[in-house]
Design a protein around this ligand. Structure first.
Ligand code: ARG
Length: 588
């Protein structure tokens, strides 16, 4: 079935053709002046040169042909040659009826499905999830859902950081605290206990303690580096400990991501890429891509036309140790081998942009990926506090994700409890659902690359451009539909009717924008476009709702038609928030 904008363009192209012009000039776009018209076409201006005519005259000729148009109720040539357009309510309703019939809300699945891997976790084992991980999880999850909705194959990978110095630090700290543990005994070669010698709570205290000490105590740091090296060389005791750390930590991470409603298809880790390193290094050397520079193995990645210096990508340090780069390159090798994606998208803090430029260039230059494999970096900005500095706890520490979610839920609970229609036992659950929407929408409604201010008061408000406002709108529609059923109405009966007033037509026009919003957001990896669409739709609905007495309408055809309009609006709202990664409660 033809998309809405295509139908409009078709109507106009037809008129261009009938007036003797190239139909290619008939492109219709949403109006720049919604106060004057619903849509516009600027084709007459574009065609003026080719026809050596005043654009105003071309516009006039086309408008003449639009008089009988089945799509447009009004067409006017204005200014230097713009064509202002309004659509016929019957054309609009016929599109929306088809949309309501279609399970997929008239959004076509792509004809060219691609396999895209998204790297959007990046938490480090043994460190709790903190607000720094929030953005990557929220944005990545939404892009994943958008892509799937459009028919792409998306593979989400958490890509755990499990291989760096933090592991050596934890092992060292444990050794200082409990040197008697079997893991540290020379000559002992197993079996090792099944139970970890620490809980997640202890683990989370051990890491910061070790990290702080290593900053003051050089010998301690040396020991931690040595332990990291030993672990990476396969020391059995250290390896057994590392497995404990991983298991305890991953269980905790999973619980946290679940609470965020973020799910990964793959729980791969940096260490999984290690087996690919030796062969990759040998290949880079052999093919001459890598060379030694002051003892370190590097690949030059600067390119002609660079406006700033892009330093070489370092593959091995002079002591032969591998680095973050090495792991990321080996992960690319692994991903190509196991999944052969068309694209790998990294949703990571934008401060890592230069780093990813180096890694991508190196992967391309050395043909670790194919010519047409896309490597994309989506760098996001910082989540700041109201003081404009990176978000911190009241004590000034790094805010744990759990703590942040608890704070928001608590605030939502306070607001919901004020509203007596929700029973106590449900209020807690509802607060969690609405709280998640507040956090996610607060984040996603900003352009990903920009920094934003995390403002609990604003994000949890039921008014304005917020998650709770959208949920409130959905719940409001839900309760009208419920009352309709209680009064004997049947939600399956009735058909959308032509708009009877301006606010109703405006709502219907907004509904046609669903497909373009979703497609645009995915194409540009910009979930904020779905947010602004949703906000416009919710506003259009609420304006219509305030002007219309739906349940007391006497004409049954009109009444059931409105009910269908409400159902469709609710479906579009619910589908859209699902694509953003949250859902609505029954009541609030
Ligand atoms: N663990 C990394 C960090 O904390 C983020 C990983 C991002 N993904 C990647 N493939 N490098 O900075």
């Amino acid at each position: 079935m033809k998309k809405w904008m295509e139908r409009l363009t078709e109507g106009l192209s037809d008129a261009f053709e009938k007036a003797g012009y190239d139909p290619g000039y008939g492109k219709v776009t949403p109006s720049d002046r919604p106060d004057l018209c619903e849509y516009q076409c600027n084709g007459a201006l574009a065609g003026a040169k080719a026809y050596k005519k005043a654009p105003r005259q071309i516009a006039g000729d086309v408008v003449e042909r639009l008089r009988e148009s089945p799509v447009f109720s009004a067409a006017e040539a204005v200014g230097p040659g713009f064509i202002n357009l309004n659509v016929r309510p019957e054309a609009l309703v016929s599109f929306l009826r088809e949309m309501a019939e279609d399970e997929h809300l008239s959004v076509e699945k792509t004809r060219e499905p691609r396999r895209i891997m998204i790297d959007y976790g990046g938490p480090n084992v043994a460190k709790p999830l903190h607000v720094g991980h929030l953005r990557s999880a929220i944005i990545g999850e939404s892009i994943k859902r958008l892509g799937r909705f459009l028919g792409h194959e998306i593979i989400g990978d958490v890509h755990l950081g499990d291989w760096g110095l933090q592991m050596g630090l934890i092992i060292t700290e444990l050794k200082h605290r409990s040197p008697e543990l079997v893991y540290f005994q020379e000559g002992y070669d197993g079996p090792y206990p099944e139970e970890a010698p620490f809980t997640i709570g202890e683990l989370e205290e051990i890491y910061p303690a070790a990290s702080a000490r290593s900053k003051e105590d050089a010998a301690y740091k040396e020991e931690a580096m040595e332990a990291t090296h030993k672990l990476q060389q396969g020391d059995p005791g250290f390896h057994a400990l590392w497995e404990h750390i991983l298991r305890v930590s991953v269980a905790d991470l999973k619980r946290n991501y679940e609470r965020l409603q973020v799910t990964f298809d793959l729980w791969k880790k940096e260490s999984d890429a290690q087996p690919y390193i030796p062969e990759m290094v040998a290949y880079l050397k052999e093919k001459g891509y890598a060379h030694l520079d002051q003892g370190a193995l590097v690949v030059d990645v600067k390119e002609e036309g660079d406006t700033k210096e892009i330093p070489p990508c370092m593959i091995l340090k002079s002591d032969g140790a591998s680095l973050y780069n090495t792991t990321d390159l080996a992960t690319i090798v692994e991903r190509m081998k196991l999944f052969h994606p068309d694209e790998i998208l990294y949703v990571v803090d934008k401060r890592q942009e230069l780093y990813f430029t180096q890694v991508f260039r190196c992967a391309k230059k050395a043909h670790l990926v194919e010519e047409d494999t896309q490597l994309t970096f989506l760098g996001f900005g910082t989540m700041n506090g109201k003081d404009g500095k990176p978000f911190k706890t009241r004590q000034g520490g790094v805010m744990r994700l759990e703590e942040l979610m608890d704070d928001i839920s608590e605030e939502m609970y306070r607001k919901i409890a004020d509203n007596r229609s929700v029973k106590e036992e449900n209020a807690r659950k509802t607060a969690q659902i609405v709280g998640l929407a507040a956090i996610k929408y607060g984040d996603l409604s900003n352009q990903a690359t920009k920094d934003y201010v995390f403002d609990i008061d604003r994000f949890t408000s039921f008014e304005g451009d917020t998650g709770p406002y959208l949920l409130y709108t959905i719940v409001r529609i839900g309760s009208i539909l419920e009352r309709y059923v209680e009064e004997g109405g049947d939600l399956e009966q009735g058909e959308l009717q032509e708009a009877t007033c301006a606010s109703e037509k405006a709502l219907m026009l907004e509904l046609t924008g669903f497909g373009p919003a979703v497609e645009g957001a995915f194409a540009e990896k910009a979930p904020h476009k779905v947010c602004s669409y949703l906000y416009g739709l919710a506003n259009a609905f609420n304006r219509f709702y305030h002007e219309t007495k739906i349940l007391s309408e006497e004409d049954p055809v009109q009444k059931s038609g409105w009910i269908q309009l409400l159902s469709l609006t609710k479906r579009v709202l619910e589908t859209s928030i699902g694509l953003l990664g949250f859902s609505a409660p029954e009541r609030m």
